[in-house]
Design a protein around this ligand. Structure first.
Ligand SMILES: [Zn+2]
Length: 168
């Protein structure tokens, strides 16, 4: 096996559904439930049980030490905070992405196997596709991916500018 750096694993609280989707697409194994599905105590329990980092907006005392209190409600600021604290790197590689819907891993799939499920324009313009091994959702590097990359780059640049300002 290749020597790959260990990636952090997360549990996101109810308030952080969008962040959970971003972390998954960036390849981080991230659990997330809606408030109707599970209690906050169970969220904490799951984090402990699997030794995951709990990302939360809650200010209450939580009897667990692997917690990061997310300060902002804004997704860019949230990602900036995690990058600043060296918990994540602002990279994206579709071959390592996880399904935004279910956290399943993705695997390469042949275009002709999924052709009937693709919008016609997509089938016309793209040749490389990935599919969630759990729920079957199909992924490709379309316009949405360009936007994601752009956002990550933007955050990275701001972080660097911030660091340079600090050193002056
Ligand atoms: Zn899935």
């Amino acid at each position: 096996m290749k020597n790959q750096p260990h990636k952090a694993e997360f549990v996101c609280d109810f308030m952080l559904g969008k962040l959970a989707r971003w972390l998954r697409i960036m390849g981080y194994d991230t659990l997330y439930w809606r408030v109707s599905q599970i209690s906050f105590d169970d969220v904490i329990h799951q984090a402990k049980h699997e030794n995951r980092i709990l990302l939360t907006r809650s200010k209450q005392r939580i009897p667990y030490n692997k917690i990061i209190r997310i300060k902002s409600t804004n997704i860019k600021s949230q990602l900036t905070q995690l990058a600043q604290e060296h918990v994540i790197s602002l990279e994206i590689d579709i071959t390592k992405s996880r399904c935004t819907e279910c956290n399943g891993t993705l695997k390469r799939t042949e275009k002709n196997e999924i052709l009937s499920k693709l919008p016609p324009k997509t089938a016309e313009h793209f040749d490389t596709f990935f599919q969630c091994t759990k729920c079957g959702k199909i992924y490709w590097e379309g316009r949405h991916w360009i936007r994601i990359r752009h956002t990550l780059l933007e955050i990275e640049e701001k972080l660097h500018a911030h660091l340079e300002n600090k050193m002056v």
